[in-house]
Design a protein around this ligand. Sequence first.
Ligand code: 5RP
Length: 218
Amino acid sequence: MAQNEQKQAAAQAAIQHIPVGCIVGVGTGSTANYFIDELAKIKHKIEGAIASSDATAQRLKHHGIEVLDLNNINDLPVYVDGADEITEHLHMIKGGGGALTREKIVAAIARKFICIADQSKLVNILGNFPLPIEVIPMARSYVAREIALIGGQPALRQGFTTDNGNVILDIHGLQIMNPVELEATLNQITGVVTNGLFAKRGANTLLLGTDSGVRTIT
Ligand code: 5RP
């Protein structure tokens, strides 16, 4: 199966995990886009969606799916999103598409996080994919220096502004042996809005598209 077919297969499998009548949290990226296209087929069975980015909100609306305000929601049964890297412990690097902060907010509220991914995303150790950090623009150089002190090589994502008006530093050269600890450490740096480690709140289930079908890891 080609990579895109694996993404689509994972997205199709996620539909089985959507309770009837619920509000669905929806992630960002090419795999999440496949999920939105599948969700459109059952849109009459859901109450609406919470979008993790402007791009996702646009795609949901294009399909006629109502996009709700997270501030009016008390309970979010499920959040479906992709990842840039994920381990068997269901810790992730996210933010390749730059939507990490809103993704983390939606994930924090969701009772269940279902990660959908193609098999290339499953890794033993996180860090080969540069770790994205959303930073307040005036703190960019300071945060970059602090990251260098802990052994990372930060690179400003050129020509990119997040939905929240901030910049992204992508940290290269990390081998992340303790994702929960590093996630907390990075969040302590003044000027950091969020980092792309989803470890304290990882996924609950991974639906992994592979050459031999969709593998479920919980
Ligand atoms: C966006 C993300 C995406 O989930 C991640 O980049 C994976 O994207 P794709 O499904 O296109 O491989 O975190 O901020």
